[in-house]
Design a protein around this ligand. Structure first.
Ligand code: FES
Length: 352
């Protein structure tokens, strides 16, 4: 559900990124309480009446007073990020969806680690800060990779964690394009590099949870490195930012299934259900949206997971899936924005 919230602060983070803080009125505090790692969707209507939604991770630590602060980096040609960086000002109102997402860590004792690239630091900053503040024995290792120091988001916030928790927070920064000037390790964090680096940094097998966030190449390389080092799949959590590959480059959820000529979709949402014919080529999310404007979505690109639904009956194919963990697809969840019917009747439940 979207709520209009007032912008209370816009702070430059780098030349091409800002931190946007939104004021949460007391009556919405409960609705906007977040688990560290979650994101919010922001919505705006353009002058032509087109609706644009984008998801941004919350960077603030979770606490009793929800602090809705998100990091927004300018994406070339990106309509929302251009608007956020060039036009949004304190006092403006933005429509904001309540926090969602399962790339989360509820604070608990243990040793955790993250490998992030670029703006992938945003959810991990909330995860690490909340953990270190709330769990006096927990430890966190952050390995971050950025193009240059000048383009690195949340430098101060991360340095602050290092000052506050010197014994429990380990930080490794790698810059990919600034070899000589900085004295920092340089080059890309690919699978090979991580396979050598990680065992030298921390006891890999003792880490209770790994959080990988950033561009697809970095996250998939980090996952392969961890799997190669013997880390079980269940300890690895990932969130992809920036997916450029065409859908055809990614395996479908149900390879080989064929689209029937005609099919109908029944969907339950907010306790009410409806049945609609699926038009040729459209995703099941688009089918639902024709009848129900309140169907949940943000990216429509298979990345954010906002459109997750339970497949009650029938079969679907998914163009791509960067949001659901294997356990979720095994349990019967699909991304409606990426799903097409593979049987004449399909039933989805958005409430489960
Ligand atoms: S709307 Fe983001 S994954 Fe479907």
């Amino acid at each position: 559900m979207f709520h209009p919230l007032r912008v209370s602060e816009v702070e430059p983070l780098t030349d091409d990124a800002v931190a946007l803080t939104l004021a949460v009125p007391p009556e919405l505090r409960e609705a906007f309480r977040h688990t560290p790692g979650q994101h919010i969707a922001l919505r705006r209507r353009t002058a032509h009446g087109e609706e644009i939604r984008r998801t941004y991770s919350i960077c603030a630590p979770a606490g009793p007073e929800p602090a809705l602060r998100v990091g927004i980096r300018l994406v070339e040609g990106g309509e929302f990020s251009t608007y956020a960086l060039k036009e949004l000002a304190v006092g403006d109102t933005v429509e904001v969806m309540e926090p969602t997402g399962r790339f989360v860590l509820e604070p608990r004792p243990g040793h955790f680690a993250a490998i992030v690239g670029g703006s992938g630091i945003t959810p991990v900053l909330s995860i690490a800060a909340t953990l270190l503040i709330r769990e006096p024995t927990a430890r966190f290792c952050l390995i971050r990779s950025d193009r240059t120091v000048a383009s690195t988001m949340f430098l101060e916030e991360v340095a602050d964690l290092k000052d506050r928790f010197p014994d429990r927070f380990q930080l490794v920064t790698v810059v990919s394009r600034e070899e000589r000037q900085t004295g920092l390790p340089s080059g890309r964090l690919d699978r090979e590099r991580l396979t050598g680096l990680l065992p030298a940094l921390l006891p890999v097998a003792e880490v209770d949870g790994w959080f990988l966030c950033g561009p697809l190449g970095l996250v998939s390389g980090a996952e392969r490195a961890l799997r190669g080092l013997g880390v079980e799949r269940a300890r690895i959590h990932q969130e992809i930012f920036h997916v450029d590959e065409a859908p055809s480059a990614v395996a479908t959820a149900t390879p080989g299934a064929r689209a029937p000529a005609h099919s109908t979709l029944t969907a339950s949402l907010g306790g009410r259900s409806g049945t609609w014919p699926v038009q040729e080529g459209e995703s099941l999310l688009e089918t639902v949206l024709r009848g129900r404007a309140d169907a949940p979505y943000a990216c429509k690109g298979g990345v954010c997971g906002t459109c997750r639904a339970f497949l009650v009956s029938g079969e679907v194919t998914m163009d791509r899936n960067f949001a659901l963990e294997p356990e979720e697809t095994d349990a019967g969840y699909v991304l409606a924005c990426q799903s097409h019917p593979a049987t004449t009747e399909v039933e989805l439940d958005f409430d489960r």
